[in-house]
Design a protein around this ligand. Structure first.
Ligand code: AMP
Ligand code: FE
Ligand code: FE
Ligand code: ZN
Length: 283
């Protein structure tokens, strides 16, 4: 039982890293990867909690990239957080996100009684800011009932409040991750309900650029998409993962609702050279 895509309040999850790890232990998981958006800020707290609970922890992150109209999320495992290229990419992403969130909040503030302070009240210190924090603020001022409604009505790409974000291309992100000794795995690549997805040719190009795995078992991937990803993985001998994309109470996704085979976890640990795994993979 390994869940390799989990968020804490170091980004847009609702629980601190130690609480997420405790919840993973309570859910009966043997291990997890902490994959907060564009940051490694949760690693230390999560590592200490993993040792305490006897859980395996793969330190990771979820990198946002952009390919034309397609928002591409790339999970990175075991990268060196001190690597200048990658840490600069994360810093740029976080400051860009902050500016963009301010703009979205200002746009919403024209129609609703929402201030930037309302948003900041939901962002943990040093956390990566995202639309989910604006969603939480909209809940707290009584505009919507939950994050799901906030995205459906006011935060999705098609609304007049939306502001796009500058992000690296998938090939650039993959190169930076590999450069930092990390293992890049594309997240929910066939989540058609979220918007446009990459073509098979574009996915092939990412493999060419150094991508090592695909997240297949994720609730947002369509069944047809999962088959396509499985074929891609088979053609290239890629690592295959399954995961929950847990965000605490911010999403219905439950810890361990999808899991990754121990053999695949071992392949990630073998391939990752930038950081140490906490604990062991017990088969
Ligand atoms: P951003 O990073 O600011 O572009 O916001 C995207 C994040 O919002 C993703 O990482 C998701 O975790 C979250 N998200 C997207 N759609 C929803 C939704 N319908 N309900 C809750 N969270 C969502
Ligand atoms: Fe998220
Ligand atoms: Fe994602
Ligand atoms: Zn995620």
């Amino acid at each position: 039982m390994f869940d390799l895509h989990v968020h804490s309040d170091a980004s847009d999850g609702t629980e601190p890293p130690a609480q997420v790890v405790a919840a993973a232990a309570a859910a009966g998981l043997k291990g997890l990867a902490l994959t907060d958006h564009d940051t490694t800020a949760g690693w230390q707290e999560a590592s200490a909690a993993a040792r305490e609970h006897g859980l395996m922890l793969i330190p990771g992150a979820e990198v946002t990239a952009q390919m034309g109209p397609v928002s591409v999320h790339i999970l990175s495992y075991l990268h060196d957080p001190g690597c200048p290229g990658l840490s600069e990419m994360f810093r740029t992403a976080r400051s860009g996100r902050l500016e963009r969130a301010r703009q979205i909040a200002a746009n919403l503030g024209e129609d609703f009684d929402l201030s930037w302070a309302d948003v900041l009240a939901h962002v943990a210190p040093e956390a990566t800011v995202g639309r989910p924090h604006i969603a939480d603020a909209l809940v707290s001022v009584g505009v919507v009932a939950d994050r799901t409604e906030a995205f459906a009505r006011l935060l999705h790409k098609g609304t007049k409040y939306y502001v796009p974000q500058q992000s690296p291309t998938p090939a650039e992100a993959v190169a930076q991750i590999r450069d930092a000794g990390g293992v890049p795995v594309i997240a929910h690549a066939m989540a058609s309900a979220r918007g446009a997805t990459l073509s098979t040719d574009q996915l092939e190009a990412m493999v060419e650029a150094g991508m090592l795995g695909v997240e297949i078992h994720h609730r947002d991937n369509t069944e047809t998409g999962k088959r396509l990803l499985a074929e891609l993985a088979h053609r290239h001998g890629l690592i295959v993962t399954g995961s929950s994309d847990y965000h605490g109470t911010g999403k219905p996704n439950r810890l361990g609702e999808n899991t990754t085979a121990p053999q695949m976890v071992e392949r990630i640990i073998e391939a990752g050279t930038g950081a140490q795994v906490i604990g062991e993979v017990s088969l």
